[in-house]
Design a protein around this ligand. Structure first.
Ligand SMILES: O=P(O)(O)O[C@H]1[C@H](OP(=O)(O)O)[C@@H](OP(=O)(O)O)[C@H](O)[C@@H](O)[C@H]1OP(=O)(O)O
Length: 463
C-alpha cells in the first residue's frame, strides 16, 4: 500500500525565515527515503512534529543543549513554562465525511490505469469513522511522552523526579479529550524516564486559559460565527491557483472535472497528511499532488489560521490576553519568590490547541509579515513568516525559560525546542526587565473582559 519507490535522491529543503524581530529560525528537512511524502513539509497544522525537527527521525530523544546557552555567563534556569499543542490526532468528523465522499467518488468513477490509483481502489480501505472526531491517536501520545523526556533532559534540575513528587511541576489542560490525553501521556513520559510506577499525578482543566477563544464573545460573534471573517479563504478557494490544482487532481484521478470540488481536493490532501502523521505511511493518496499543488493547499490552510487565529482580525490575538497575563504573572511571581530563596513552581505544563498557541504568538508579535495574507497575493507570500507548517504542527510548543544570571534574571523563548528572539529585542535571552518593557502596553492593558465584551469599544495595542 505504501509507495514502493526505492531510496530516492536526497531532498533538502531549507526554509529561512527572515523575520521582523526574529534573528534566527531555520528548518532544514532532509528526506532520504520514500517513507516520507515529498510534500510532508506543507501539511500546516496537520503536520508531523518531526518535520520541524528532522533530527528526531533518527533519535526521538535527542536534544541540543548548546542551543540553550542564554549567551551570558553563570546562568541557571529557575523556571520553565511550556505551552504545548496536543499530539497527533484523528481528523475531525467534518473532514472524515469529506474523505468518505472522495473515496466513494474514486471507487465509483476513477479509471485505474496507474498503479497507485489501482492501489487505492483495490487495497486501501476507508478506515476513518465519524466517532474518531479529533481524538488523540497512539502517535499523539508518543509525541507527548517523547517531548516530556526531551524537556526533562534539557532542564534536569527543574523537571526532576523530586520536583514532580513535591508538586513543583503543575499541569493545566483544555477540557478537550485530545488535550487531557496528551497531558496524561506527558506525565507517563516523565514517569518512564525516572522508572517510577505511581506518584498519583493530577492535572487541572482550565478552559478559560486554554480555550479562551470559546469564551471570548467578540471573537465568537465577529470571527467564529461570521462567514465574512474568512472571506479571503473563500476567495482563495475560487482562485486560479486552486482551480489549477483541482484540474490536475481530476486529471490524475481520471474523473470529470465537474465532479471535483475544493473540499474534495482538500480531503485528499488531508488523507495524505493523516495517513502519514498517524500511521507513518507514504500513502497512495499523496500521488495526487506535486510540490506546487501542496504549496497552494498549504497557503489555503495558512489563510484560515491567519484570519481565524492570527493577524487577520485584531480580536484573534486579543482573545489570548488572559493566557498572556497568566504567563507573565507566573514569571513575576517566580522572580519575586526567587529573591526570597524559594521558587514554588519550577515547571508549568499547559496543553491546548493550535487555536491557543497561534493567538498568543500573534499577540506577542511573532511571525508578523509586512503584507497581510490575502487571496490574491499568494505569489508574493512564498517567503512569508506566517507558515503554520513550521509554527504549529502536532505537539508544537512554546517554552519560556527564566534564568538567574550574574546580570539579573533573563528570559529565553524556544519555539518547538529552538530559540527564537522576541520581536524588537536583539538578544537570545534578554533581561527579564527588557522583555517586560517590550510588552509594557500589553502588561498594563490587554483586558480580556473589555476586549471580548461586545458592548465595549476595543483598544489597539501595537508592538
Ligand atoms: O479542519 P479541522 O476540522 O481539522 O479544524 C479543527 C482544528 O484543527 P486545525 O485547523 O488547527 O488543523 C482544531 O484545532 P486543534 O489544534 O485542536 O487540532 C480545532 O480545535 C477544531 O475545532 C477544528 O476547527 P474547525 O475549523 O472549527 O472545524
Amino acid at each position: 500500500m505504501t509507495s514502493t519507490l526505492s531510496k530516492q535522491s536526497i531532498l533538502i529543503r531549507t526554509f529561512s525565515l527572515a523575520l521582523t524581530g526574529v534573528s534566527f529560525y531555520t528548518v532544514s528537512t532532509s528526506t532520504v527515503n520514500s517513507n516520507i511524502p515529498a510534500i510532508a513539509n506543507y501539511f500546516g497544522t496537520k503536520g508531523r512534529y518531526e518535520e520541524v525537527n528532522p533530527h528526531l527521525i533518527n533519535d526521538i530523544h535527542s536534544v541540543n543543549k548548546s542551543l540553550l546557552k542564554p549567551g551570558c555567563t553563570d546562568c541557571t534556569a529557575i523556571h520553565v513554562t511550556a505551552i504545548i499543542r496536543h499530539g497527533t490526532r484523528y481528523p475531525t468528523t467534518k473532514n472524515i465525511k469529506r474523505m468518505q465522499r472522495l473515496y466513494d467518488l474514486v471507487l465509483d468513477k476513477a479509471l485505474h490505469t496507474d498503479n497507485w490509483l489501482n492501489d487505492i481502489k483495490t487495497n486501501w480501505k476507508m478506515w476513518y469513522t465519524d466517532d474518531m472526531d479529533g481524538k488523540l491517536v497512539e502517535k499523539g501520545r508518543d509525541d507527548h511522552r517523547h517531548l516530556a523526556v526531551r524537556l526533562a533532559n534539557l532542564f534536569p534540575s527543574l523537571m526532576s523526579e523530586e520536583n514532580l513528587r513535591s508538586k513543583r511541576i503543575r499541569f493545566i489542560t483544555s477540557s478537550k479529550h485530545r488535550c487531557v490525553d496528551s497531558v496524561v501521556a506527558f506525565q507517563e513520559g516523565l514517569l518512564s524516564l525516572w522508572r517510577v510506577a505511581e506518584i498519583g499525578l493530577s492535572h487541572t482543566i482550565n478552559d478559560e486559559l486554554m480555550r479562551f477563544f470559546d469564551e471570548c464573545k467578540r471573537f465568537v460573534e465577529d470571527v467564529e460565527n461570521n462567514k465574512t471573517a474568512l472571506k479571503e479563504v473563500y476567495l482563495f478557494k475560487d482562485s486560479a491557483d486552486m482551480k489549477r490544482v483541482e484540474l490536475k487532481v481530476a486529471d490524475r484521478l481520471q474523473v470529470p472535472y465537474s465532479l471535483i470540488t475544493t473540499d474534495l481536493v482538500e480531503a485528499a490532501f488531508f488523507l495524505c497528511s493523516y495517513e502519514f502523521a498517524i500511521k507513518s505511511l507514504n500513502s497512495p493518496w499523496c500521488n495526487l499532488f506535486d510540490e506546487t499543488d501542496a504549496q497552494v493547499l498549504e497557503y489555503k490552510n495558512d489563510l484560515k489560521q491567519y484570519w481565524k487565529r492570527g493577524y487577520g482580525h485584531d480580536i484573534n490575538r486579543k482573545s489570548s490576553c488572559t493566557l498572556f497575563h497568566d504567563l507573565f504573572s507566573r514569571l513575576d511571581q517566580t522572580a519575586h519568590e526567587f529573591r526570597f530563596g524559594h521558587v514554588s513552581e519550577a515547571v508549568t505544563i499547559q496543553v491546548g490547541h493550535a487555536e491557543t498557541l497561534l493567538p498568543l504568538l500573534t499577540l506577542m508579535g511573532f511571525f508578523r509579515d509586512e503584507s497581510p495574507l490575502t487571496a490574491d497575493n499568494f505569489d508574493m507570500q512564498h517567503s512569508r513568516t506566517f507558515r503554520t507548517s513550521l509554527i504549529a504542527p502536532y505537539a508544537a510548543n512554546l517554552v519560556f525559560v527564566l534564568y538567574d544570571c550574574s546580570e539579573g534574571l533573563r528570559l529565553q523563548f524556544l519555539l518547538n525546542e529552538k530559540p527564537l528572539t522576541f520581536p524588537n529585542i536583539n538578544h537570545q535571552a534578554p533581561l527579564y526587565s527588557t522583555v517586560r518593557e517590550n510588552y509594557r502596553e500589553l502588561l498594563h492593558g490587554c483586558n480580556f473582559e473589555k476586549e471580548c465584551d461586545l458592548h465595549k469599544p476595543n483598544y489597539n495595542y501595537e508592538l
